[in-house]
Design a binder for this molecule. Sequence first.
Ligand code: NAD
Ligand code: LMR
Length: 334
Amino acid sequence: MAEPIKVLVTGAAGQIAYSLLYNIAKGDVFGNDQPLILVLLDIAPMMSVLDGVVMEIQDCALPLVHGVIATDKEDEAFKDIDVAILVGSMPRREGMERKDLLQANAKIFKTQGCALDKFAKKSVKVLVVGNPANTNCLTAIKSAPSIPKENFSCLTRLDHNRAKAQIASKLGVQSGDVKNVIIWGNHSSTQYPDVTHATVKVEGKEMNVYDAVADDNWLKGDFIATVQQRGAAVIKARKLSSAMSAAKAISDHMRTLWFGTPVNEWVSMGVISDGNPYNIPNDLVYSFPVQIKNKTWNIVPCLKINDFSCEKMKATAKELLQEKETASEFLSSI
Ligand code: NAD
Ligand code: LMR
């Protein structure tokens, strides 16, 4: 059997982690033959809740779990980790935009970036989930100069899954029949869910989504708005932000990073924009279509971008530039 890998989940006493930890522990993310040491970080007041989570992990009696470390100390949590899933942070409430969380959460990603730099393996793969996820990811990258920028990504797979599900539901097919949707830009209400290059299998025949849906107004209107606003709709209904679907998307994201994308398919991921082929400014964490091989992502090149898409891609980049400025002003003032 392989050596255990150390997987850190922050915010481990919170609601996303409660769904996520079971997926990871039973082998759905890193494989059924990959033993794990789970490292669970939360803040001091949550340690008794975290004790309960540890008891439940033990009671699952899962063979892949070779150890559980629960702590409120960053030096212990980040020591020699192979994977960091950074969830721990404040979620938004009804009426807020995700960027309203910048001041509450930016500092966490600065200190945790520093902890990654100091204590983690240099090969660590880091997934930022806490909102605003793209800008927090950029903050973590800048705070961890000894770790390659390419090892970092932020979660837009939830938006990607939402887009697939909306198309599938419109056409009365399964979401597995929909391929190659793209989420461009920020995990925010300016994100651009794009199905120009997506395909769908209808009655056994692979078709372009635009041709299959045959409703330009819906694809350019309600479809985009529904995906952009889905997080807010869940909060309005549940009075809590999405957790089960977020945990599923985190599992999908990490599993794809670990095992790669199927031939001729891509997924959406927030990654560093340096040198991207779509004229998005450098030094942003921007969601692109990526293909993954050997745990390394590459932005899908040469996709034709029409004028409608180009405007939407620019608008979400503009918001990310503003968030970056706000975060850097705030972090330099504390
Ligand atoms: P939650 O409040 O249920 O849990 C968050 C946990 O983080 C809490 O236990 C809290 O004590 C802990 N925490 C706070 N500061 C911490 C720190 N410095 N170190 C470690 N732990 C810390 O929230 P949740 O519903 O699990 O959501 C967590 C975050 O994920 C929020 O920012 C939310 O907006 C974000 N989110 C992102 C996506 C996405 O697609 N990118 C999807 C859903 C939620
Ligand atoms: C989501 O997309 O559901 C999460 O980012 C939570 C939120 O604030 O919307």
